[in-house]
Design a protein around this ligand. Structure first.
Ligand code: CO
Length: 253
């Protein structure tokens, strides 16, 4: 846009200079005419006057042509400036569009990285014998059920509390026991108290984590040899009141 202004100014200056130049020629023609009047005979004056008039006419014509030319040139320059401005605008628009695309790509990359983190956090790291389970400030595990291959030498449950409430208010644990014993273990857990992680002294319990609160994580590793064949197992949170809803089947396949 700066370029366009400079071009216009140049055109105007050029035009002004040409008009000034034309005026000068015209004055010279008048001077010639008046000086002739003083020194030459009348017929000569007339003749020279005609010549001067013709000269003036020619000057005027030349001035007109010059103005026309300057005008054309100014128009052309303005057009060029306009075209340059358009090109610059297009380029700017393209750059903005590219920047937008890059920003979008960066956001997509960031989202991709985030979802990768999420995937590994939820146990898709590739080891079927390691299971990541998340809990938060509500009565729910991040998984509805857990299945592990019977070939696992041992199974590890990683429990992460992604909420913010302390374990006294919204604590969670992960306790594995025969499915038909979960209600009794849950009830007994309340009596066991937080100091025992709400885990009662019960031989039917295969594995249990400690109780954790918001921002904390814990894990427990156990052998599938501790599970009896032909028995259905389930996991449960034995925090008071949670065991009625926080539970799911644990399958060995
Ligand atoms: Co719980």
């Amino acid at each position: 846009m700066m370029k366009a202004n400079v071009s216009n100014v140049t055109a105007v200056l050029l035009l002004s200079a040409m008009i000034a130049g034309c005026g000068g020629e015209q004055d010279a023609a008048e001077d010639t005419a008046s000086s002739s009047e003083r020194t030459e005979p009348v017929w000569d004056v007339k003749q020279e006057g005609t010549a001067a008039a013709e000269s003036m006419e020619e000057s005027a014509e030349a001035a007109g042509d010059a103005m026309q030319e300057a005008g054309d040139e100014a128009t052309e320059m303005a057009n060029e400036a306009g075209e340059q401005a358009r090109e610059m605008a297009e380029e700017t628009s393209q750059m903005a569009s590219e920047a937008g695309d890059q920003a979008e790509q960066a956001m997509a990359d960031a989202a991709g990285t985030m979802s990768t983190d999420d995937a590994s956090a939820s146990g898709d790291s590739g080891d079927p014998c390691v299971v990541d389970v998340e809990v938060g400030d509500s009565l729910a595990y991040s998984v509805d059920s857990i299945s592990v291959p019977s070939s696992c030498a041992s199974v590890t449950i990683n429990l992460a509390h992604t909420g913010s409430l302390p374990k006294e208010a919204m604590g969670h644990n992960w306790v594995l026991a025969p499915a038909d014993s979960v209600d009794a273990i849950g009830q007994a857990g309340t009596s066991a108290g937080l100091e025992n992680n709400y885990v009662p002294d019960d031989d039917r319990i295969v594995a249990a984590t400690e109780v954790i609160g918001g921002g904390e994580r814990t894990s427990v590793t156990f052998s599938l040899d501790d599970l009896e064949d032909g028995v259905d197992y389930a996991y449960v949170c034995t925090f008071p009141g949670h065991w009625t809803v926080m539970r799911g089947p644990f399958n060995v396949e």
